[in-house]
Design a protein around this ligand. Structure first.
Ligand code: C5P
Length: 404
């Protein structure tokens, strides 16, 4: 998806080992529609060549304040005015210090003085250098001046140390850039999302559940909240952090999730049912832990049907939200998905073929096919993070089309 379409990003590279990741970073930014121009410090060129960066960015690389040819094509003041965002990655302790001090002793530091565009800094250095009070004070100075500080990550370092100071990975920086440019255009839309598995108790210590990780539902919640939507995330038991600016309602069983969904449904514009709800629950929950009985090699659990949450929401006759379901199928995907679309009275269904390796449950990526009464659209294999963004865009388009 062209999440950065038309955005002009000036990537300033300074001399840290993470500079080798800048070719990948540039490609991923361009892939999303950004135009990227590169400025390199002298020491950055010890780690990655200007030729590489020129080839991946499709633009000549600038590296000198005093290059008559470069100044004649796009001078440093022009370059400073051109950018929608200046991204310093990797930003070494030295570059951070020079910028905090307001120095202009090379092209990159001069550009930072001359631009009135926002500047994001991705620190990258040895953990001791990062923790040094001088670096910390310089970063605090930049933060106070409204620079965006992206990272660092923590972990193993090129020098063998372990700790904070690693540059964020290229895709993490791309996501920061996407978030930065994301318009908050859904601020008047309320979305309720169910996510994760349910747990159906058998006795005080045992339950029936499934392999749903909740990742897809959480990614959708995150994407919607980032566009300013008011998001209520009705979650089954999962091991995931609540995305920023999302109101989370924790539930356990399908009946609890059903109750929470019905409470939320009528005051939300859109309801997205991403949860893997258990179809059946034990007819009785034993009050004490069930014991093995000697001589018995079998046990029979009687199950009763759970309420169909999404069908209950879609069946509301008043204040019914635009209702979206999911369908995990292993064969005849379209036929089964369309069957559910009409049987459950949904406005849209997102089908995935879970027979394909690496897709669906518990995986970090997925591919979906959307069906609605008048059409369909394939969303090819992508990370759940990206798919969440695409899905929100498609759902909003269909929701708006239905309103008109
Ligand atoms: O019928 P099936 O379980 O395949 O339908 C999947 C869709 O129905 C999903 O959107 C799922 O969240 C929803 N569902 C539900 N309550 C159930 C069973 C499924 O909301 N008891």
């Amino acid at each position: 998806m062209q999440t950065l379409a038309g955005k002009k990003i000036l990537l300033g590279i300074s001399g840290g080992i993470a500079a080798y990741k800048c070719a990948e970073l540039t490609r991923r930014l361009i892939e999303r529609g950004a135009e990227v121009r590169i400025v390199m410090t002298q020491s950055a060129q010890e780690f990655i060549t200007p030729l590489t960066m020129q080839a991946v960015s499709g633009n000549p690389v600038s590296d000198s304040l005093f290059d008559p040819a470069a100044e004649a094509s796009m001078g440093h003041i022009e370059l400073a005015k051109w950018a929608d965002l200046v991204l310093l990655a990797p930003a070494t302790a030295d570059l951070i210090a020079r910028i905090a001090a307001g120095m202009g002793n090379d092209l990159l530091s001069t550009l930072c003085l001359a631009t009135d565009s926002p500047i994001a800094v991705a620190p990258a250095m040895n953990q001791q250098m990062y923790s040094n009070i001088a670096t910390q004070e310089n970063l605090a100075t930049l933060a106070r001046r409204s620079f965006h500080i992206w990272g660092p990550a923590s972990g193993e370092q090129a020098c063998g140390d372990v700790g904070p100071g690693r540059m964020l990975e290229p895709m993490d920086l791309v996501h920061r850039a996407e978030d930065f440019f994301q318009p908050a255009d859904l601020s008047n839309i309320k979305i309720a999302i169910t996510a994760g598995p349910t747990r159906e108790s058998i006795d005080p210590v045992r339950y029936l559940t499934n392999h749903s990780s909740g990742k897809m539902g959480y990614a959708i919640a995150e994407a919607a909240a980032k566009r300013g939507a008011h998001v209520t995330l009705i979650s089954g038991p999962v091991n995931l952090a609540t995305p920023a600016n999302v109101e989370r309602v924790d539930t356990d069983s399908a009946e609890q999730m059903h109750q929470a969904a019905m409470d939320a449904a009528t005051n939300h514009d859109i309801f997205i049912s991403c949860a893997a709800v258990a179809d059946f629950r034990p007819a009785e929950i034993a009050t004490q832990k069930m014991k093995k009985k000697s001589g018995e090699d079998e046990m029979v659990l009687r199950l009763v049907k759970n309420p169909d949450i999404v069908a209950s929401v879609a069946g509301l006759t008043e204040q019914r939200p635009f209702t979206v379901g999911f369908a995990a199928e292993t064969q005849d995907v379209e036929q089964y998905a369309r069957g559910k679309l009409s049987r459950k009275n949904l406005d849209l269904i997102c089908a995935n073929d879970v027979s394909q390796q690496g897709l669906g449950f518990n995986s970090d990526s997925n591919a979906l096919h959307l069906y609605w009464p008048e059409g369909d659209k394939a969303l090819p294999l992508a990370s759940k993070h990206e798919l969440g963004q695409q899905l929100i865009s498609e759902i909003i388009d269909q929701f708006k089309a239905k309103q008109h």
